[in-house]
Design a protein around this ligand. Sequence first.
Ligand SMILES: Nc1ncnc2c1ncn2[C@@H]1O[C@H](COP(=O)(O)OP(=O)(O)OP(=O)(O)O)[C@@H](O)[C@H]1O
Length: 249
Amino acid sequence: MNAIECQNLTKSYDHKKTFVIKDFSLDVKKGEVFGLLGPNGAGKTTSISMMCGLLSPTSGKLLVSGLNYGDNRSAIQKKIGVVPQEYALYPTLTAYENLSFFGSLYNLKGNDLKSRIELGLEKVNLLDYKNRPIKDFSGGMKRRINLLTGILHQPEILFLDEPTVGVDIQSKEVIISILNDLNQKGTTIVYTSHHLNEAENFCTQIAIIDKGKILAEGSPENLIHQVEGAQNLEEVLLELTGNQIRNDA
Ligand SMILES: Nc1ncnc2c1ncn2[C@@H]1O[C@H](COP(=O)(O)OP(=O)(O)OP(=O)(O)O)[C@@H](O)[C@H]1O
């Protein structure tokens, strides 16, 4: 069984006058690290938000671990973790209090929750900051805590919308190494990114999206091979989506 199946998904925000996702079909196999790449406004956030249940498709079929959100929302929510692009943290609460809150949403409690939080904080090098309020944290520190909020319960499938945006190379390396570790332990990962070098090394499978449509899909090597003369994913993306600057949100 695939981790995710999308068949002919569409999304309109204006009562079907325009569609920002069109005829979107892909399968994510269990154990994959799947990257959704594309220019600004391509539809990455919209498509990943539908897959993790934050947005409903306008039409089409979407299965997560063989289940649809209409009949099995709470069963799906137990299997998945979500790391949104915007920080979902409470600024006046400490790192520990924030993580306790998010852990409790996944029914974690007591010593189990405490040890997962402490182990997580240690992995992201923030154990010494556990009693500091989030408002005192730098962008990179917040990103690392934001990541922990979605993975404390070791989800079967993890969705991340630009988990390394705006962070320094050190924080980025910690985040990617934690994600690699989770993937080795069996978590399927679906992520969006603008960092093409990162995606080239991190992903096992990639879909390139523009204007709400999937333009190409394959392993990084396969995509580079598909585009004549391309040496890397950046050249693939430019060839497929053009070099016009985008003013879309
Ligand atoms: N709530 C909304 N209402 C109306 N239009 C929206 C809404 N959210 C997104 N859009 C539009 O949908 C299109 C796709 O946006 P989306 O945020 O999914 O793109 P993206 O690929 O994630 O972009 P970025 O890389 O800039 O984050 C854009 O044209 C955007 O303006």
